[in-house]
Design a protein around this ligand. Structure first.
Ligand code: FAD
Ligand code: NAP
Length: 529
C-alpha cells in the first residue's frame, strides 16, 4: 500500500499547530485531524466563564517565531480564553496551517502495518490513510471526566461540563446553579457564576489551595520591555524546573526564621500567581516546610471568609501543591456572598442527581442548572480513547493496563514511528506547557529529519530504554511530596485507573539535557532500521 502522508498529526491545539508548521518547514507531507470545528484545543473547548491561563501570557506563548513573538500584543497578565483562542487562530492563519487540517474528524483507530512500516489511521468519517509517522498532539487535559453519579440523566435542566462548554456561552442570570468540583476550572468560574446566578451551591469534595492572580491589563511600556528582552527571558525560563521565568528562593522554609518566612510568603502572595510555590526550594520535598506555606494560605482563608464554619470547610487539609495549585480572582470572597452556599461532600459522596438537583446525606438541593467542573481523564485519556495497535496487533490499552510506559514520554516500545507530544513520562503538565510542547515538536522534527538523512524508515524505543526511563520517572516522583495525594497526576480522579505518577518531575532543564544527550549519542535507546 502506498503512503498518503509522511506524518499524520492528531489534534490542532498548540502542539498540533506547531508540529504541522515544523514538519512543513522540513518538507514533509503532513495532515492534521482535529475533532473540533476549529484550532486551539484547550482554548477551543474550555469556554466556561473566567477561563484563562495561569502562566503569564507573555510566557504562555510560542517562541519558535521571533516575528510572531514581536507582533502579538497580549492585553492581560493572564490572557482570557477568547484571547488565547484568537492567538491560536492567528497562528493558524499567519502560517497558513488550515489547508492541512481536517476539522470535525476524530481519529478512532491507528494500527501499525509491519510490512509497510507505516500506520494505518482511521477516522469517524470513514477515512483511512497510510502514514509513515503518527504524532499525537491530543492533549493532556482534553478528555473530560463526567463522574458516574447515579441519576445524571434524570436532571431536567441543562448540564454543562467546563471542558466542553457551549460556544454561544451561558447566561446564568435569574437561575439557580449547582457546581460540582473545586479544581482550577471551578475556582475560575465560581466567582463569575455567583455574580450572575440568583443562588449558587458549590459541592466540594476536596478543599483546594488557590493563590490570587492579581490579574491586570498589560501596560504597553511593560510589553515593550518584555519584547526587547524576550530571548533572555525564554533562555532563563529553560533553566527553571517549571519552565517559567520567575524568582526562586533557594532557601529552606523550615530553616528560615518565622518573620522572614512570612515576609517571603506575603511578598509572593501580593505579587500573585504560581511563583508562590517558589517562595522556598523545599516546599515539595519536606512536609514540615510545606506545612508553613499551607498554614499561611489557610490563615488567608480565615482572614477573608467571614463565616468561620465555611472558612474551616474551605481550608484544605492536605499538602499545598500536591494537587495542581489554582490561581484565582476573588474565589474566597465569593463565599461571603449571601447567594452562595458551600456543601461539603468529602465524607459522603453525592448520593444521586435528581430531576431538580441532587441529594447528599438524604438532603435534596434544588437548582436549575448543573455545572460539572469535574476535570479530565488526564494524560492518558485522549490517547486511550483511540484504538491504537502496535507490533503484532498489541493494543496500547493492554500495554498501559498497569499505567503508562514510555521512553522519554515521547515514544513506546512495540509502537514504532509513534510519537506523543507531552506524553506521560515527560514534564508536560508540571511545566509551562508551551515551551514543553515546543521542545517536543523540535525533538520530533529533528528526529524525522535525521531518519530521512539516514534512509531509515523505522524508529523504535528499546525495551531496556523504556524500562530504565520508567524507573527514572518513578524515582523522581518518589522524591517529592507531589505523589502523596489523590490528584489527577496519579490518576486518582478516575475510578479504576492505575495509580502511577504520570508526568516526569525531574524538571525541565534535566529533561531537555536528557533528550539532547540521547540525540548526541545517535538516538541512544532507539533501534533505527
Ligand atoms: P490540547 O490543547 O488539549 O489539544 C488537543 C486537541 O486534540 C484537541 O483540540 C482535541 O479536540 C484533539 N483531539 C483529541 N483526541 C482526538 C482524536 N482522537 N481525533 C482528533 N482530534 C483529537 N497549561 C499551561 O501551561 N498554562 C496554563 O495556564 C494552562 N491553563 C489551562 C487551562 C485549562 C482550562 C486547561 C484544561 C488546561 C490548561 N493548561 C495550561 C494545559 C493545556 O492543556 C496546555 O497548555 C495546552 O493548551 C495543550 O495543548 P495541546 O495541543 O497539547 O493539547
Ligand atoms: P480537577 O482539578 O481535576 O478538578 C475536578 C474537581 O471535581 C475536583 O474538585 C474533584 O474533587 C471534583 N470531582 C470530580 N468528581 C467528583 C465527584 N464524583 N463528586 C464530587 N466532586 C468531584 O479539574 P479542573 O478543575 O478542570 O482542572 C484540571 C487541570 O486543568 C488543572 O489542574 C490545570 O492543570 C488545568 N486548568 C488550568 C486552569 C488555569 O488556571 N489556567 C484552569 C482550569 C484547568 P477531588 O479533588 O476530590 O477529586
Amino acid at each position: 500500500m502506498s503512503l498518503d502522508f509522511d506524518a499524520v498529526i492528531v489534534g490542532a491545539g498548540f502542539g498540533g499547530l506547531y508540529m504541522l508548521q515544523r514538519l512543513r518547514g522540513a518538507g514533509f507531507k503532513a495532515r492534521v485531524f482535529e475533532a473540533g470545528k476549529g484550532v486551539g484545543g484547550t482554548w477551543y473547548w474550555n469556554r466556561y466563564p473566567g477561563a484563562r491561563c495561569d502562566v503569564e501570557s507573555v510566557q504562555y506563548s510560542y517562541q519558535f517565531s521571533p516575528e510572531l513573538q514581536q507582533e502579538w500584543e497580549w492585553t492581560e497578565r493572564y490572557a482570557t480564553q477568547p484571547e488565547l483562542l484568537r492567538y491560536a487562530n492567528h497562528v493558524a492563519d499567519r502560517f497558513d496551517l488550515r489547508r492541512d487540517i481536517v476539522f470535525e474528524t476524530r481519529v478512532t483507530e491507528a494500527a501499525f502495518d509491519e510490512a509497510a512500516s507505516a500506520w494505518q489511521v482511521a477516522t469517524d468519517k470513514g477515512e483511512k490513510v497510510m502514514t509513515r509517522f503518527l504524532i499525537t498532539a491530543m492533549g493532556c487535559l482534553s478528555s473530560p471526566n463526567t463522574p458516574k453519579i447515579p441519576g445524571l440523566v434524570d436532571f431536567k435542566g441543562p448540564t454543562y461540563h467546563t471542558g466542553n462548554w457551549p460556544h454561544e456561552g451561558v447566561d446564568f442570570t435569574g437561575k439557580t446553579v449547582g457546581v460540582i468540583g473545586t479544581g482550577s476550572s471551578a475556582i475560575q468560574s465560581i466567582p463569575i457564576i455567583a455574580r450572575q446566578a440568583t443562588h449558587l451551591t458549590v459541592f466540594q469534595r476536596t478543599a483546594n489551595y488557590t493563590v490570587p492572580a492579581h490579574n491586570r491589563p498589560l501596560d504597553p511600556a511593560y510589553l515593550h520591555e518584555v519584547k526587547a528582552h524576550y530571548p533572555e527571558m525564554r533562555k532563563r525560563a529553560k533553566t527553571m524546573i517549571s519552565g517559567i521565568d520567575f524568582k526562586v528562593n533557594i532557601a529552606s522554609a523550615i530553616e528560615t526564621p518565622e518573620a522572614e518566612r512570612r515576609r517571603q510568603y506575603q511578598e509572593r502572595w501580593d505579587y500573585g500567581g504560581l511563583g508562590f510555590m517558589a517562595s522556598f526550594s523545599d516546599l515539595m520535598l519536606n512536609d514540615r516546610s510545606n506545612r508553613t506555606a499551607a498554614d499561611f494560605v489557610r490563615g488567608k482563608i480565615r482572614e477573608v471568609v467571614k463565616d468561620p464554619e465555611t472558612a474551616e470547610r474551605l481550608a484544605p487539609k492536605n499538602i499545598i501543591g500536591c494537587k495542581r495549585l489554582c490561581v484565582d480572582t476573588g474565589y474566597w470572597e465569593t463565599f461571603n456572598r449571601p447567594n452562595v452556599t458551600l456543601v461539603d461532600v468529602s465524607d459522603q459522596p453525592i448520593e444521586r442527581i435528581t430531576a431538580n438537583g441532587l441529594r447528599v446525606r438524604g438532603r435534596d438541593y434544588i437548582f436549575d442548572c448543573l455545572v460539572l467542573a469535574t476535570g479530565f481523564d488526564a494524560m492518558t485519556g485522549a490517547l486511550l480513547n483511540v484504538d491504537v495497535r502496535g507490533r503484532g496487533g498489541q493494543s496500547l490499552r493492554d500495554k498501559w493496563r498497569d499505567g503508562p510506559k514510555t521512553y522519554l514520554g515521547l515514544t513506546m516500545t512495540g509502537f514504532p514511528n509513534l510519537f506523543t507530544i507531552t506524553g506521560p513520562g515527560s514534564p508536560s503538565v508540571l511545566t509551562n506547557m508551551l515551551p514543553s510542547i515546543e521542545q517536543h515538536v523540535e525533538w520530533i522534527g529533528d528526529c524525522l529529519e535525521y531518519l530521512r538523512s539516514r534512509g531509515a524508515t523505522v524508529i523504535e524505543a528499546s525495551p531496556a530504554a523504556e524500562e530504565a526511563w520508567g524507573g527514572e520517572v518513578g524515582e523522581a516522583a518518589g522524591a517529592t511530596l507531589r505523589s502523596t495525594c489523590n490528584s489527577w497526576y496519579v490518576g486518582a480522579n478516575i475510578p479504576g485507573k492505575p495509580r502511577v505518577f504520570m508526568p516526569y518531575i525531574g524538571g525541565f532543564p534535566a529533561y531537555i539535557e536528557r533528550c539532547e544527550a540521547v540525540v548526541k549519542a545517535g538516538y541512544a535507546g532507539f533501534a533505527l532500521t
